[in-house]
Design a protein around this ligand. Structure first.
Ligand code: 5AD
Ligand code: SF4
Length: 426
């Protein structure tokens, strides 16, 4: 979501007459787009602003702004805490950025963090610039009504609001005209798309509309809540070949007691049940997830159930985080009773297990043929790189003109973070 918002910020600023630079010492305007999901991300903002203070001393014209979730959380307080900051704008105020920049050019310091409601949803979803590339994010909704007990997102992104399906389809059509072949539909809770807006399709029906757009080859989405994996969504995996064989399905924990205290709305066996239903219609589906370690009251037994869940699901990849107390959340009232050292030890054990699972999964592809959407040169620059439908990175030798097309590759080697293969020439 933040990557997608940053793209919108760039296009709004270009509309206001600014051009991008890679060198912050050359900049007349710096916007920090921030995350507050964990305390560490929030602290980074202050570190960054400290570094930009020197630039501000050297360039009197430099305008400094902070947007996103930390801006939403702190509001006016940020301008008080950071006297050389010019602009603070929240998660619903991206569209106001050109106006805020003009005010800053006149020497005004402003904060805009008011939440918009459903009536104003046109403003909430400014379109990203119609740029090319092979794969793009498309925001379909914002906010969350779930209130997991550890999570700040509902407090800083507000209630769920869905973007109009006509706009979504329109934006994707324009992207296709620029050469885009794959879209990832993003929202904090995509399964709830459309449920609160009359006349809009639900998420499964939206997927079908996107699949009908000529020129779109692949569709992904993130993030979906396990409790909301519905029968119509499972039907989409059965019936829409464009829907990729990958789902990011955060479990957060493997123990029912912890899941209940997290207010996740499912048990371990219900979570596994949803995966079984998905695998029944898409046997090759790759599952990735998120896990929090050291949630208040997590015993060694609870934690061992997280490890056993990982072995049972055999995640292709896992994003794992040490629990971090967030303001305004329910869990902030629970005693944060696991020591930092214990949290770190559990994280290390989890990471070691996941590394083994990822490598094992990657090795299982050796000898198989995979459809790879070519994204361009690999990080090393001497090979082509793309991803399988299951979201594995594959590098291989090939002609760069293949960028944007789907090719068949035989996988010959597996590494920790990627696969290597040979393109099949027909
Ligand atoms: N502490 C640690 N991790 C968190 N996440 C959300 N809130 C917290 C928190 N307070 C993680 C969850 C979520 C991911 C985006 O961030 O795993 O899925
Ligand atoms: Fe946070 Fe839970 Fe909403 Fe995800 S579903 S954004 S973890 S409150």
């Amino acid at each position: 979501m933040n990557v997608s918002d940053s793209e919108k910020i760039v296009s709004l600023l270009q509309g206001a007459g600014y051009l991008p630079t890679q060198d912050s010492s050359q900049a007349d305007l710096i916007i920090l787009n921030t995350c507050s999901v964990r305390a560490k991300a929030e602290q980074k903002v202050y570190g960054c602003l400290g570094r930009y203070k020197g630039l501000k001393n050297r360039n009197r014209r430099l305008i400094l702004g902070v947007g996103g979730c930390v801006a939403q959380q702190e509001g006016e307080r940020l301008l008080e805490k950071v006297p050389y900051l010019d602009i603070v704008f929240g998660t619903h105020n991206l569209h106001m950025l050109p106006e805020l920049v003009r005010a800053a050019e006149r020497g005004e310091r402003r904060t805009e963090v008011a939440f918009l409601d459903n009536e104003k949803r046109l403003d909430l979803f400014p379109a990203a610039a119609a740029e090319g590339g092979v794969s793009r994010f498309v925001t379909i909704m914002q906010g969350c009504d779930n209130f997991c007990s550890y999570c700040i997102v509902p407090h800083v992104r507000g209630r769920e609001i869905s973007r109009s399906s006509a706009e979504i389809v329109n934006e994707i059509r324009k992207m296709v005209d620029k050469g885009v072949r794959e879209v990832t539909l993003v929202g904090q809770n995509v399964n709830s798309y459309g449920l609160k807006s009359s006349g809009e399709p639900d998420f499964a029906a939206l997927l079908r509309r996107v699949a009908d757009i000529p020129g779109i080859e692949r569709i992904r989405f993130t993030t979906s809540h396990p409790k909301d994996i519905s029968a119509p969504l499972i039907d989409c995996f059965a019936e829409l070949p464009k829907l990729c064989s990958h789902i990011h399905l955060p479990a957060q924990a493997g123990s029912d007691a912890v899941l209940a205290r997290m207010n996740r709305g499912y048990t371990r066996s219900e979570y596994l049940g949803k995966i079984a239903l998905l695998k029944a219609v898409r046997p090759d589906i790759q599952i990735t997830g998120d896990i929090i370690v050291g949630f208040p009251g997590e015993s060694e037994e609870d934690f061992s159930q997280t490890l056993s869940l990982m072995e049972e699901v055999r995640y292709g990849d896992l994003f794992s985080f040490v629990y971090s107390v967030r303001p305004e959340t329910k869990a902030a009232e629970f005693p944060d009773d696991i020591s930092q050292q214990e949290k770190q030890e559990r994280l290390d054990r989890l990471l070691a297990l996941q590394r083994a699972l990822t490598l094992e999964r990657n090795k299982s592809f050796v000898g198989s043929r995979q459809q790879v959407l070519v994204e361009g040169f690999s990080k090393r620059g001497d090979q082509l790189s793309g991803r399988t439908s299951g979201n594995r990175v594959v590098n291989f030798a090939g002609d760069p003109t293949l960028t944007g097309s789907i090719v068949e590759v035989t996988i010959t080697r597996a590494f920790q973070n990627s696969l290597f293969g040979e393109i099949i020439i027909f």
